[in-house]
Design a protein around this ligand. Structure first.
Ligand SMILES: CC(C)(COP(=O)(O)OP(=O)(O)OC[C@H]1O[C@@H](n2cnc3c(N)ncnc32)[C@H](O)[C@@H]1OP(=O)(O)O)[C@@H](O)C(=O)NCCC(=O)NCCS
Length: 173
């Protein structure tokens, strides 16, 4: 693997973050084909403007894994969200994406650990996330990183209800 570093994203990354998100989202969820509603969702959600907004939001932290060519993955933390369950807390791993080309090389773990440290430094005692209950790969990853099952949550998507798990972990601050 080429050398990589983990660092804070900058506004110059907004376009690459949008492209990477669309790639990983479709790769993960559009396994049967790209429906029009899936295409609409990614093109409306993952825009350079949305990432520029996240970068300007003082409650959000965005870290990227970068090599000499460009982005390999990223993590987006949101430290001010509504709780999704009584025990979830109010700090969320909003997104953690590693491109398929760079998976199983420890990038996800490095992004996760750095984000956990940032959250602890910001005074957060725990972090939660929601994950599609059939996303076995991500659930195995989060379990390996010490996240525990906290309950269930339903994601409303395109008029349907998508069952998600809630997972939480202390930041060890
Ligand atoms: C989930 C994801 C972030 C993991 O990133 P990664 O860089 O591949 O993970 P790492 O290499 O750091 O793995 C760390 C540990 O997690 C576990 N793990 C990671 N991927 C796994 C898999 N596919 N199956 C089982 N365990 C897995 C292993 O214990 C691994 O340690 P090991 O490689 O020494 O055995 C990545 O697969 C991804 O982006 N998936 C698509 C998007 C997604 O589903 N994101 C989460 C949505 S909530």
């Amino acid at each position: 693997m080429s050398a990589f570093k983990i660092e804070a994203a900058t506004p110059l990354d907004a376009r690459s973050l949008a492209a990477l998100s669309i790639e990983v989202w479709l790769d993960t969820y559009a396994t049967e084909g790209i429906s029009d509603s899936f295409a609409a969702h990614v093109l409306e959600t993952y825009t350079p403007e949305a990432f520029a907004g996240a970068l300007a939001d003082r409650n959000k932290y965005l870290l990227v894994a970068r090599n000499d060519v460009g982005l390999m993955g990223y993590v987006l933390l949101n430290l001010k969200v509504d709780p999704v369950s009584p025990g979830s807390g109010t700090a969320e791993f909003e997104t953690l994406y590693v491109r398929r080309h760079h998976q199983r090389l420890g990038l996800g773990r490095r992004l996760f650990d750095n984000a956990l440290k940032l959250a602890a430094a910001a005074g957060q005692e725990k972090l939660f996330l929601t994950v599609y209950e059939k996303n076995d790969r991500a659930i195995a990853f989060y379990e390996a990183l010490g996240m525990r099952h906290e309950g269930r949550w339903t994601f409303e998507f395109e008029g349907g209800a998508v069952p998600n798990l809630i997972m939480v972990r202390e930041t060890d601050m």
